[in-house]
Ligand binder design. Structure first.
Ligand SMILES: NC(=O)c1ccc[n+]([C@@H]2O[C@H](COP(=O)([O-])OP(=O)(O)OC[C@H]3O[C@@H](n4cnc5c(N)ncnc54)[C@H](OP(=O)(O)O)[C@@H]3O)[C@@H](O)[C@H]2O)c1
Length: 327
């Protein structure tokens, strides 16, 4: 597996990581624990060294799963986790007060069964807590040896600059894919300037860009996609043209739409490491295949031109959650 370095931090990770949220949270019932452990072990065997979790995934069960599954590989893999909600519950608002950051760090260390958290992201900017206090708290945790690197998720450029001035940020994690390209406007140029790595989440458009979801797909009643406007039946139908584009390029390249979506992300910048999520071994293998898929300048131009003609329909978050991003 090829490696990439997140910005100027020196933190080296596999060119593709594994998003672990869906194993416990967000997309219907949690996966079977034994099966998920087997999958995580397979990921390590296949060269993945970058695993993404959060206290909020469950809450807590996803961190516990990773703590158990990855215990044999301590020191050989990078586990990123996140703080920022009261009791880890995304329904209870935000909480990045220093005392909460500290108590989440202690609890995450125990659940992950590690001596230090490799990468500790603020999950969402909390406008009730000055960014300097958040970054200062993580800085203290780093000097105490409890955290190795600081990250931010779905943060706005102004917050990133403020935080970075107090404690250098290693990585920013935000949604980015062929159907959500806003990060190209202000975020990616700022990260490049500051030497911060970028970790695109939902790099497969929460599954949509793989071509395995259409307007007839029924999601489990607990699936988050039921409340995402972009996943309404009408919008899935309207957005199919993006999947058609990916399928066309995929068939020309002898690849799959998922692989084209991931290879496109990898081609954008050398300091980008996507974290596709899956609960299935064959999809993990398929997604890893994108790392060795080289898109030529001509391929990229063709995708660019065709994508420019497509108007994606529907917001990526319902209104109450949209308010939390880009702050
Ligand atoms: N910071 C944040 O706020 C935030 C928000 C969302 C996600 N994340 C992180 O980013 C990770 C990835 O994002 P995501 O899970 O939202 O979206 P994603 O990676 O774009 O898509 C995941 C979905 O695609 C399916 N899938 C994966 N590979 C596939 C393939 N080759 N063919 C067909 N279907 C495939 C998965 O289903 P199966 O499991 O059935 O394969 C799952 O439903 C998460 O696990 C999480 O760690 C962070």
């Amino acid at each position: 597996m090829k490696k990439r370095t997140l910005g100027n931090s020196g933190l080296e990770v596999s060119a593709m990581g594994l998003g672990c949220m869906g194993m416990s949270f967000g997309y219907g019932p949690a996966g079977d624990k034994k099966e998920m452990i087997t999958l995580l072990h397979a990921a390590v065997e296949k060269g993945i060294t970058f695993f993404d979790t959060a206290e909020a995934y469950g809450p807590f069960t996803n961190e516990e799963l990773l703590g158990e599954a990855l215990a044999p590989f301590r020191g050989k893999v990078v586990i990123a986790t996140k703080f920022g909600f009261p009791k880890g519950d995304t329904n209870l608002g935000l909480d990045s007060r220093p005392e909460n950051i500290r108590s989440v760090a202690e609890a995450s260390l125990k659940r992950l069964k590690v001596d230090a958290i490799d990468l500790f992201y603020q999950h969402r900017v909390d406008q009730n807590v000055p960014m300097e206090d958040v970054a200062g708290t993580v800085k203290d945790l780093i000097s105490e040896g409890k955290v190795k690197h600081f990250g931010m998720s779905e943060a706005g450029v102004e917050s990133i600059r403020k935080a970075h001035a107090v404690q250098p940020v290693t990585a920013v994690q935000s949604e980015y894919s062929l159907w959500w390209r806003e990060p190209e406007q202000a975020l990616l140029p700022a990260l490049e300037e500051l030497g911060i790595g970028f970790v695109p989440f939902s790099p497969l458009g929460k599954g949509f860009l793989t071509g395995k979801i259409d307007e007839h797909t029924q999601f489990d009643k607990t699936d988050f996609r039921n409340i995402v406007p972009r996943f309404s039946e009408d919008n899935r139908k309207a957005n199919q043209s993006m999947v058609d584009l990916l399928s066309k390029i995929a068939s020309e390249k002898g690849a799959t739409p998922a692989q084209i979506a991931l290879a496109w992300l990898l081609a954008q910048k050398s300091w980008i490491t996507p974290i596709p999520g899956t609960t299935k071994l064959h999809r993990l293998e398929e997604n890893i295949g994108a790392v060795d898929l080289q898109l030529s300048e001509t391929d990229l131009n063709q995708i660019e031109a065709a994508a420019a003609e497509i108007q994606i329909q529907g917001a990526r978050y319902p209104e109450h959650l949209q308010k939390r991003v880009g702050k």
